[in-house]
Design a binder for this molecule. Structure first.
Ligand code: PBG
Length: 328
């Protein structure tokens, strides 16, 4: 045996020392909690493929937002389910659209909570695609104008930040320009920059009724096999004026998170998507793993990879555990 011998276990023996040398801290300040708004009153409809998550009428959504704020969660990310869908997704940019109403209600009743809005058309279009469809194809440039209208309508309703998730080319620039023209120069854009064409969005599409009615999203979302392309997408979004860039999903793409953090100086968000949530919940419910520990481990790993913000359906559960001090 060589002497002196380096024994890494010396630092692992005692809980207090482990805590002192821990490299990554998970904090409630880093979490964003996604919520689904529906029309109606008093609606709190469970989402079958996302146990613990609900489609919420605005009165219920406000309660949920208040609850989250009370736990120290700084931000919610709002999605909406419209009353009616049409080919141009009109409710997405209507003054009295479901998200616009939800933003107003939350800003009014829970003013200290940051309200971020998802800017996209897929929940609102009858064909379920994120852009305008012509001759069976998703058209890029005609979509930009609509996305810009969505973003401005959210800002008008009082959104603190807008988050385009459509993956059309040039949309960050178009949205920035439209916001500036409407005097929302101070409204930041969190761009879903490296958004992959992922099967892990399955439960979300159930929740939001946003599955494409024909084809898939591979003509606009990234190929899961590509990393360099993700870096190009992020660079473009930064160039066009993104304030925060995002990688999505999170767990299967930790390498992309890590690379993006190393290559770009901007705050980086990671979206731990519905399928990641569903997997951990399901295995937990079956007793196949310890759900609380798996959740905290996954969130910590996403932070360790380089994400500054983590968007997660586990936000409240994680906040609760951190408060109890179980999160070690
Ligand atoms: C809308 C959008 C999607 C998600 C966030 N915004 C669905 C999609 O692109 O199909 C997925 C979120 C999740 O799975 O949790 N474009």
């Amino acid at each position: 045996m060589t002497h002196p011998m380096f024994r890494p276990r010396r630092l692992r023996e005692k809980q207090l020392l482990r805590k002192m040398v821990r490299e990554t801290a998970l904090a409630v300040d880093d979490l964003v909690y996604p919520l689904f708004a529906v029309h109606g009153r008093g609606v709190r409809e469970p989402i079958p493929s996302m146990p613990g998550q609900f489609r919420l009428a605005i009165d219920e959504l406000v309660k949920e937002a208040k609850d989250a704020a009370g736990m120290g969660i700084p931000a919610v990310l709002l999605f909406g389910l419209p009353a009616e869908k049409d080919p141009r997704g009109s409710e997405a940019y209507a003054d009295d659209g479901i998200v616009q109403q939800a933003v107003r209600a939350v800003k009014d009743r829970v003013p200290d909570l940051l309200v971020v809005t998802d800017v996209c058309l897929c929940q609102y279009t009858s064909h379920g695609h994120c852009g305008i469809v012509e001759d069976g194809a998703v058209r890029n440039d005609p979509t930009l104008e609509l996305l810009a209208r969505v973003a401005v309508s959210h800002a008008e309703a009082g959104a603190d930040m807008v988050a385009p998730s459509d993956m059309m080319d040039g949309r960050v620039g178009a949205i920035r320009e439209a916001l500036d023209e409407a005097s929302y120069t101070d409204t930041p854009i969190m761009a879903y920059s490296a958004k992959y064409a992922s099967s892990f969005y399955g439960p979300f599409r159930d929740a939001a009724g946003s599955a494409p009615q024909f084809g898939d999203r591979r003509s606009y979302q990234l190929d899961p096999a590509n990393a360099l392309e993700a870096m190009r997408e992020i660079a473009l979004d930064i160039d066009e004026g993104a304030d925060i860039v995002m990688v999505k999903p999170a767990l299967p793409y930790l390498d992309i998170i890590s690379r993006a953090k190393a290559e770009f100086g901007l705050p980086l968000a990671a979206y731990s998507v519905s399928g990641e949530y569903a997997m951990i919940r399901a295995a937990g419910r079956l007793g196949w793993l310890d759900e609380e520990r798996a959740m905290l481990e996954a969130l910590t790993a996403i932070r360790r990879a380089g994400a500054d913000l983590v968007i997660t359906y586990f936000a409240k559960d994680a906040a609760r555990l951190m408060e109890r001090g179980t999160a070690r």
